[in-house]
Design a binder for this molecule. Structure first.
Ligand SMILES: Cc1cc2nc3c(=O)[nH]c(=O)nc-3n(C[C@H](O)[C@H](O)[C@H](O)COP(=O)(O)O)c2cc1C
Length: 304
């Protein structure tokens, strides 16, 4: 039996070397991460809104298209985006035939219809079965199961339960999101029914990531005990590094979402297994090695 991370039907369909996604992160994921992910054999993504203007987003798409012909994804935060900007960004994704669109915070039905006319794959993220069923009805190609402990807006259901729960109640492939930082956790997530592993916090500490150095160092030095799940920052429950949240609640609830997420740093429980900052390619190599070591040790009854 091979101990390299196996392909899944979804990773094969997308043409990925490894069934791993560098998940979209507001403000800090960027086009450099997308290209580094593509070169490392995984799927890189970023929110369209990380480009301040639609024109800048188009320029980013042109740049990515020049640098790689491998697959990548764009996140459209449907309900959080000004409708005019959303329409412009959707149209650009269709025009550039972006291989994967990741929808979040809203009803994906319309985007799915238009994306499928261009054979674009659509992922949609959910935190429970009710939303997952709606997404399935909308015709999405895969459902991102965002578990408790994830970075960003996280769910409340343990990853141990959420992935097999959604897999067993849906006919749509499941993508595991939340607390995956190591190859051992990739192996466990695939075992629990995931077809891709969607990793955000792990890639904050990539050299290519747009987070400032202090943020990256904070992710390295933080423990899961330092992460707090609160709706006080954005109105939706999300995980943040506790001591970056101002003690004065009013200060943390200012009107400008971008400013809040810039100064208040989000990360998930997966900080526990993150020990250094390095290029994305080296992070992916480490994950592959960890997967190999964990699976080999497991098969020989020699787990750590
Ligand atoms: C700083 C940060 C910003 C995020 N921003 C977004 C976003 O704009 N859109 C989105 O769909 N998910 C966003 N997420 C969630 C991630 O895409 C992904 O679901 C999550 O990071 C997975 O959990 P993990 O961090 O434990 O790996 C964000 C996560 C983080 C850590």
């Amino acid at each position: 039996m091979s101990t390299y991370i196996p392909s899944t039907p979804l990773s094969k369909k997308l043409g990925l070397t490894y069934p791993i996604v560098s998940a979209p992160m507001f403000i800090i994921s960027n086009k450099e991460m997308i290209v580094a992910a593509a070169n490392a054999g995984i799927l890189g993504t970023m929110p369209s809104l990380n480009a301040r203007t639609h024109e800048k987003f188009r320029a980013d798409l042109e740049w990515i298209r020049q640098k790689t012909d491998r697959p990548f994804g764009i996140n459209l935060t449907i309900g959080l985006t000004d409708p005019e900007r959303l329409e412009q960004d959707v149209a650009a994704c269709l025009e550039f035939e972006v291989p994967v669109i990741v929808t979040s915070y809203g009803n994906p039905t319309e985007v799915v219809k238009r994306a499928h006319e261009k054979s674009i794959t659509v992922f949609h993220d959910v935190i429970n079965l009710r939303h997952a069923k709606k997404a399935e009805q909308a015709g999405v190609d895969a459902i991102i199961a965002v578990a408790a402990g994830a970075g960003g807006h996280a769910g409340r259901i343990s990853p141990f339960v959420l992935y097999p729960y959604l897999r067993d109640n849906l006919n749509t492939p499941i993508i595991a999101a939340g607390c995956i930082s190591t190859g051992e956790q990739v192996a466990s997530s695939l075992m629990l029914g995931a077809q891709l592993c969607y990793m955000g916090t792990r890639f904050i500490v990539s050299t290519e990531c747009g987070a400032q150095d202090e943020y990256k160092n904070k992710v390295v030095s933080s423990s899961p005990e330092d992460i707090v799940y609160t709706d006080q920052v954005s109105g939706i429950h999300a995980n943040f590094i506790k001591d970056t949240i101002p003690t004065d609640h009013e200060a943390s609830r200012g009107p400008d979402a971008a400013k809040r997420w810039k100064d208040i740093w989000s990360a998930g429980h997966g900080v526990a297994q993150i020990n250094d900052v390095k290029p994305m390619e080296e992070i992916v190599e480490q994950i592959i090695r960890e997967y190999h070591d964990a699976v080999t040790a497991f098969m020989h009854g020699a787990q750590k």
